[in-house]
Design a protein around this ligand. Structure first.
Ligand SMILES: C[S@@+](CC[C@H](N)C(=O)[O-])C[C@H]1O[C@@H](n2cnc3c(N)ncnc32)[C@H](O)[C@@H]1O
Length: 333
């Protein structure tokens, strides 16, 4: 692939020129890098011990339009080459997060994180969490339960790693709860900043009605990566994505004053990534806000939640049952 060395400029005030420029090659002086080519070539230009967070969703080797399905062994060797370079370029206080689902072989599933785990630990990394990302939409299976989660496996290079809990706390279920014994009796027991979000994250996936959807078949949502950026990096740190797709990782990074770099081999996704980053810089990119509750069609009164076979009462009103609150009501529709 020919690499066009001229930077993509967004025409913004001079004082922001450096932070608003999308460079095609990695240099320490840049803030945003979208490398049009193989991630291993980009990684060659990156120094040791730099990136505070490397987060990606790699190809799953399932024959998507941007990948050639390989023997599993070959796929793992390819992943290992990239992961090795990622570990070299990872800050001693840094984290690697690999967001993966299942490899499917003749109907049999292999969770990719389970077979990638020995690669990470073999390179001396320690696993800190296996985060379950749960979403509600996807293919409807007929011969097994429909897949409604993927995993994010989080590893660190050392025991002394960045972890900022306060920026990613979520509201408590019972903020009014008080200590009932001991010296703090009567005082509120929960942290007013919220609680640790845990390792089960319920965040909508990017399907056709998602505000961030592009023509890429496998985008992850910005809010998923924002949480990792906020927890695992500080302002001005570098965030890197070897398999950049539509630039989601860079958007999550620069949204929180970090620097972002990534590689992508498919031209239409490179263009999409640059367009999205430019839209973000211009303040026009729509992203789903972090911590917005998942849409509940019953609570929202969506008429499609009413089963056509449901009966009306004798006043002609429809019965609506809200399973989350275990109650029923009648509405005029
Ligand atoms: C699962 S997608 C990532 C999507 C991304 N997380 C997003 O939100 O848009 C994986 C991407 O890796 C790209 N890719 C595959 N092999 C690559 C390589 N060797 N170097 C760089 N990118 C590669 C594919 O074209 C694809 O867009």
């Amino acid at each position: 692939m020919n690499i066009d060395d001229s930077p993509d400029m967004c025409y913004l005030p001079d004082m922001f020129a450096e932070t608003q420029k999308i460079a095609n090659r990695f240099r320490l002086s840049e803030h945003i890098v979208v490398y049009p080519g193989d991630c291993l070539n980009l990684l060659k230009d990156c120094p040791d011990d730099l990136f505070k967070l490397i987060v990606t969703s790699p190809p799953y080797n399932i024959g998507k339009e941007y990948e050639r399905k390989l023997d599993l062994d070959k796929y793992l060797l390819q992943q290992e080459l990239v992961i090795k370079e990622c570990v070299r370029t990872l800050s001693p206080r840094g984290s690697i997060c690999w967001q993966v689902g299942n490899y499917v072989d003749k109907g049999s599933i292999i969770p990719l994180d389970t077979i990638l785990y020995p690669i990470f630990t073999g390179l001396g990394l320690k696993m800190r969490n296996r985060i379950i990302w749960h979403f509600e939409h996807g293919l409807h299976c007929t011969k097994r339960f429909s897949g409604r989660y993927e995993a994010i496996v989080w590893f660190t290079k050392s025991d002394d790693y960045t972890f900022n809990l306060d920026p990613i706390r979520v509201p408590q279920k019972y903020p009014g709860k008080k200590h009932f014994k001991g010296i703090k009796v009567g005082q509120y027991s929960s942290n007013p900043l919220g609680k640790n979000p845990g390792d089960l994250w319920i965040i909508p996936n990017v399907k056709s009605n998602h505000i961030e959807k592009t023509e890429h078949p496998c985008q992850y949502p910005v809010e998923l990566i924002e949480r990792l950026v906020l927890a695992l990096t500080d302002a001005n740190d570098w965030v890197f994505d070897p398999f950049l797709g539509t630039g989601t990782t860079i958007i999550a990074a620069i949204k929180h004053s970090r620097k972002g770099a990534g590689a992508e081999i498919v031209q239409k996704y490179i263009s999409l990534a640059k367009d999205r980053i430019k839209q973000f810089l211009a303040g026009t990119l729509k992203t789903r806000p972090m911590n917005r509750p998942v849409y509940d069609p019953v609570k929202a009164g969506n008429s499609l939640t009413i089963s056509p076979w449901k009966k009306r009462n004798d006043r002609g009103q429809l019965r609506i049952f809200d399973p989350s609150e275990d109650n029923e009501r009648y509405v005029n529709r």
